[in-house]
Design a binder for this molecule. Structure first.
Ligand code: THU
Length: 160
């Protein structure tokens, strides 16, 4: 038996003012998307914005459904939209923000496991890391230099 240690390294910024102007702009696009989320059931709004290598910014937000599992997270809405609209573009950076309608969300909200797996697909496809920045409604912003850094032992197609 040997023990294997898996490490995730994150950069934690005090707030949005500490990240670069470009990332602030991307996060602002995510904040606007978050405001337009359709979340009448959970009352938890999430917005995502993806910067592509062609300069385009693609956004997404969570879209809920009375039949709960039929809804979709913001990150997957955004990444599938990017894949559909700009299939040849590479995804450089994703900004994510979440805000509860019931309480102040002042801690960074990372993408859920299913969204990490979905983002991983595109990171592998394009053979280029996707930087991920995530925050709540205010407060700290966390950066991961890649999706793989957030999802050790991800499932990938080479085993199929
Ligand atoms: N949600 C996201 O949009 N992204 C995540 O990574 C986690 C959760 C949404 C799904 C649902 O509409 C609401 O937040 C509560 O789970």
């Amino acid at each position: 038996m040997k023990e294997v240690k898996l490490e995730t390294i994150l950069q934690v910024y005090t707030d949005i003012n500490e990240v670069s102007k470009d990332i602030q702009a991307l996060m602002q696009a995510a904040i606007e998307a978050r405001e337009n989320a359709y979340a009448p059931y959970s009352k938890f709004n999430v917005g995502a914005a993806i910067l592509l290598d062609n300069g385009e910014i693609v956004i997404g937000n969570n879209q809920e459904n009375a039949c709960f599992p039929s809804g979709l997270c913001a990150e997957r809405t955004a990444i599938y939209y990017a894949g559909a609209k700009f299939p040849k573009a590479k995804m450089l950076t994703m900004a994510i923000t979440a805000s509860s309608q019931n309480q102040l969300t002042d801690k960074p909200i990372p993408p859920c496991g299913a969204c990490r797996q979905a983002i991983a697909e595109y990171e592998i496809k394009q053979d280029l890391p996707i930087e991920i920045y995530f925050m709540g409604a205010q407060g700290k912003v966390v950066k991961s230099h890649s999706l793989a850094n957030l999802l050790p032992l991800l499932f990938e197609s080479s085993v199929l």
